[in-house]
Design a protein around this ligand. Sequence first.
Ligand SMILES: Nc1nc2c(ncn2[C@@H]2O[C@H](COP(=O)(O)OP(=O)(O)OP(=O)(O)O)[C@@H](O)[C@H]2O)c(=O)[nH]1
Length: 799
Amino acid sequence: MTKIRVHEYAKKVNRSSKEVIDELTKINVSVTNHMSTIDTEAISKLDQSFGSKSKTTPIVKSGEQKEVAKNSKIPGPNRPAPTSGAKRPASTGGANRPASTGGASRPASTGGPSRPASTGGASRPASTGGASRPASTGGPSRPASTGGPSRPNSNAPTSSTGGGTAPRPTGGRPPQGGAPNRRGGRPPARGINQGRRRYRPANPIPKVEKPLPEKITFYESLTVAELGRKLGREPSGIIKKLFMLGIMATINQELDEDTIELICAEYGVEVEEEIRIDYTDLEVYFEEVDVEKNEANEIERPPVVTIMGHVDHGKTTLLDSIRNTKVTQGEAGGITQHIGAYQIENKGKKITFLDTPGHAAFTTMRARGAKVTDITILVVAADDGVMPQTIEAINHAKAADVPIIVAVNKMDKPTANPDRVMQELTDHGLVAEAWGGDAIFVPISALKGEGIEELIDMILLVAEVAELKANPKIRARGTVIEAQLDRGRGSAATLLIQDGTLHVGDPIVVGNTYGRVRAMISDIGRRVKEAGPSTPVEITGLSDVPQAGDRFVVFEDEKTARQIGETRASEAIQESRGEKTRITLDNLFEQMTIGDVKELNLIVKADVQGTVEAMAASLMKIEVEGVNVKLIHTGAGAINESDVTLAAASNAIVIGFNVRPDTNARRAAEAEGVDIRQHRVIYKVIEEIESAMKGMLDPEFEEKVIGQAEVRETFVVSKIGTIAGSYVIDGKITRDSSVRIVRDNIVIFEGELDTLKRFKDDAKEVAKGYECGITIKKFNDMKEGDIIEAYIMQEIKRT
Ligand SMILES: Nc1nc2c(ncn2[C@@H]2O[C@H](COP(=O)(O)OP(=O)(O)OP(=O)(O)O)[C@@H](O)[C@H]2O)c(=O)[nH]1
C-alpha cells in the first residue's frame, strides 16, 4: 500500500484526523498534522488499533449497518483491504433484507461471505460490480449498496470468493425490507456507536458571512435579489428585514430608493444613487455649459428682447420702428429678412429682438423648456391703458422671471394718458420709479419713432445689470425661433445662438432632427460663416424641419450628431405612439357612435410652423354637433411615414397644408388606408374637416322624392276637408310619405299626407298611371293643376 495522508486514513476509518494523530502518537509514528503522510507500516498498525475500535458509518443507521459494525470487529481474512476505488452506488439501504425478521432470519453473519473491512457497508461492492458475495454461500444477501457515501478507498470485493460470477439475489427480499429496521432500529447495535464521534459529512458548515461593503450604488431601483448581491447577503435575510419593516416583499420585487436606504441602514451600509446622463437629452448640454462655465472665456452677450402687449397697442409698429431706425442705418445695403428675429446695434452694443410679438410665441417656447428672452418690453397704449392681454403678458413675463420694461406707446395721441397706465400697472405689481417703485416706464411713440432711443438705452441698462454672459469659444447651443420647409432649400430654421459660436459645417442636432450647417444667413440676408451668442441666423442643412422652441446643440462630429438625432427622432415617434395608444380607439367611428365622446383625431402638417399654429387654432374652433377635434400631432414639413403610422394607429386624418406626403408616406398611407387631405387654402381645410366630421355624426336623413301626382279635381267634404282627386304621374304615392304642394313651380305647402284612397278604399300606395284621392294634413287649399310631390326621409351617411 502506498502512503496516504492522515486525513484520508481518518476518513477511511471514520475517525477524526485528531484521533488518528493521537493513535499515531501512541504507536510512535510522528506526524505534524492531518496532511502528514503515513506509510504502510503505520497504516497496518493503525488498522490494528482502529480495527478493534472501529466505528460504524453513522449515516447509515440501518440494521445492515449495525451488522457491518459488528462484523467489522471481526477482522476476517477476506476482509478486503480498503483500497478499492469502487463507489458505493446509491440504493435503498437494506432493501434486500427481510423486513420482518431482521437479522434473526439471517444465517449467522460469521458464516457469511467475505465482508468488507471496517468500512462497513460503505465498502461493500456494487451488486453489478461482480464483487458481491456468491449466492451460493447462502449468506444473507446484503444489499449491494445502501446509499452511503461513496468512499474513494472503499474496498474492492473479495473477488476470490467468486464474486461477480453470480448475480446477486435480489428478488427474494422485499424492497422495503430495510425500512422498518431503520425506523425501529436495533438498539443493541446502535449502542456500539454510542459515545463515539461520528463522521457527519452532511453537517452544515457554519457559513461565514461575507464582510459587508462600505457603500453600494444603485440606479433608480433594485430588486431584493440585486440588493442581496450588492450587499453580499442572502435575499431571504433582506426579505426578513423588510418584513420587520412592515414590507412584504418577494425576491424579484423592485425596491424604491427609500426602501433600499432603509435596508442599507439596517446593515450599516452607505447608499448612493447613480446618476446616468442621457446624452440624447439636449438639455444636458445646456446644463453642462452652466457647470463648465469658464469665466475667463466669457464675454458680454447682447440681450434677447421680446415685445408683448395687448392687441393694437403697437407691438409691430414698435418692432418695425426699432428695426428701421437701427438696422438699416447700420447695415447699408442689407435687405431685411424676416427670419423671426433681428439684431440692432446702438452705440456699439447689440440687442436681439424676437420678431414674433405677443406672448403666445413666448409661451410656446417656454412650454418647450426654452428660456430665450432676457428682457420683455410691455407695450401699453397710453390712450387705451391696461387691457386683458397686457395683464396676461405681465403674468407670462413674471412666470418666466424676465424683467419688464414698460413702453407707454402712442404718446403722440392727444388722448394719451400715461399716468393712467402707470396707475393701472401699479395694481399688477409694476410701480414706476417716479412713484417709488423699480419698474422702468418709457413713454414712446412707435409710429413717430419718439422715445425709441430712450427705450433702447433702458434695454441696454437692464441688460448690463443682468450681466448677460456667454462663452463664444464653445460649441454652439441655443433655440429654434422659426422653422419652415423652403421649396428650394429644404428645411430652413432660424436659430438663436445662446452660447458658443455656430459655424458653417458644424454637425448639429436640432430638436429631433440633425444635420450639418450648410449655409447661414443673417437677419439682413447676408451669408455668414459664423455666428456668436445671441445672434439669430437662419440655417439650412437639416434632415427635417424642427419646431419653434426646439433646442439645438452642435456636436464634435457628424457621427455623434446623427446618432443622437436619430435616437431622438425614434424616441419622439415612440412617444407619440405611446400617447396615441392612450387616445386611440380601435375603431374611432364605432366608438363615436356608441360612446358619448365624439372625437376626430387630426394630424396637421404645413410648410411653416406659423401656418400650423393658425390651422390648429381654426380647427380647434370647429364645432359640429358635439364632435371634438383632437390634434394628435402637428408640425412643419412634409407628411412623412411616421405621420401616417401615427394616423393609422389613431384613426386620424392627415391634413397637409402646402405640403405633400413623401414617397414613403404615400406608400404607407395606401397600405394602411390612411386618408391624407392636401390643401392650399385654409378655409377648404376647415370645410373638408367639417364634412369629415359629419360622417361621424349620428345617421342623417335625406329627402327622397318617391313620386308625383297631379291634382285633377278637388272635392270639399265637410268634416274631411278638401279631397284632391289626383293622377299619379311619376313614381308612386305612399300613405306614409311627406308631401309638398307645388303650384307653378313654387312650393306652396309642405306637410304630411293624411289619407290616400283608391276609390272608396284606403290604399297603402298608388303607383304611376293610377288615380287616387288624397287629403293632406292641415291643408285644404288644393287646386287643379297642383303637383303633389311625395317624398320620404331616407337615412343617409353624410360625407
Ligand atoms: N398714433 C399712434 N398710433 C400708433 C402708434 N403705434 C402704433 N400705432 C397704430 O396702432 C395700430 C396698431 O398697431 P400695431 O403695431 O399693428 O399693433 P400690434 O400691437 O402689433 O397689433 P396686433 O399685431 O394686432 O397685436 C396701427 O394702426 C398703428 O399704426 C403710435 O405710437 N401712435
